[in-house]
Design a protein around this ligand. Sequence first.
Ligand code: LFR
Length: 473
Amino acid sequence: RSGGVVAAVDLGATSGRVMLGYVDDRMLRLEQVARFPNGPVPGADGELHWDFTALYRHIVDGLTEALRREPGIASIGIDSWAVDYGLVHGGELLDEPFHYRDERTARGVETVHAEAPFEELYRRNGLQFLPFNTLYQYAVEQRLADAEVSLLIPDLVAFLLTGARVAERTNASTTGLVDVRTGEWDLELAARLGIAASVLPPLIDPGTVLGTLHGEARERIGAPLAVIAVGSHDTASAVVAVPLSTPDAAYISCGTWGLVGVELDEPVVSDAARAANFTNEGGVDGRVRFLHNVTGLWLLSEAVRTWEAEDGAVIDLPGLLDAAASVSGDIPLFDANDARLSAPGDMPARIAAVLAEAGARVPATREALARTIVESIAQAFADAVATAGALTGRAIDVIHIVGGGALNRLLCQATADRSGLPVLAGPVEATALGNVLVQARAHGWFGRDASLETLRMAVAAVFPPERFEPRAG
Ligand code: LFR
């Protein structure tokens, strides 16, 4: 028997966590050590940033506490949302990183597409169009020329902890600057877009040891722990821990976003895939995450945030969802992917405007609006699953929902009903589990050559998913 304990840093768009992951051949257990809020912070000109300085402080504090509780930690792995970066010069972060929901990226899209039309980009990088993909952000990044290197968020954390300057490949694939065929930087494209090759650090794969804690981080945390690259894109880590139960299973990694798709061995960059805006992101072990971004629980959490500000009090979300489940009659739907719903701020009013414009009834109560939001997300999920099946020639037979969305029973049932497919919900902590499992494998605890299928069997054994059957209707 072999096993041990690792630490996972998992940064989401609304909160970050430090977890301990206990692994051996019969056990997989997570213990939360720290949880801290995250979100867009408006700057002086109204632009949206992350408070990376605060995040990093929380990470170091969390790791310090993790080591206090568990002196035997074998390594640390870091994952976060994708696309965003920090510019580094002289070992220092130049500015607080921009938030991907900042609207400046619209100008970047125009600039980039004038040089390289989307059709060409898709052939080269295989990415669905999202206005915040890193290459669009670089086009409006005024300080790129001042930087020695640009590091994506998890790589930036790893750099501060260890001094390593690398780009972990799954997350790098979301920049738009990685060749979908070779998995290497597309330096020709970068040059055309005026991006110096020097700001793009060497690419490395999940499982690589990045180094050990150095300098201040080592002093504060208290031991020379190793940092190991995981699928540093949170969605890549989540997909590692989806207990895929059939060869034709689809998955939905559902948190702020709902990432809906299938796992492939080779990318699909057909005209139809481009038209459907399906992405070919890099997965762990060279797998392809062929998926579409659906605006997921963001719609609900932003609505709740507005209501809480109105009330000056916290809203009981499970209570709201129970009430939403009892709403009867016709449920009006809207397009969950409507671009007008992607910025922060007064979500209920903006959804009402989208509904009214389409001639749909606007729900009069909070529970009715919550129901409309959940059903609209479920419809978008069902549509994306159907499209994933059509584009890959697979007869999808089951949908796995992992992440926070797996706790939302109304959403799971609605997705089953609207897709006509069974939904297997869980694990909720897929991202942290995927982070832990890739570290565990690097330590040889599953055998160094363990396949993703072996890792997924371990997940399924310890976290049997809950099944939702589609109801006729
Ligand atoms: C999910 C996620 C998505 C990515 C979006 C923005 O947390 O990483 O995969 O498209 O956030 O980075």
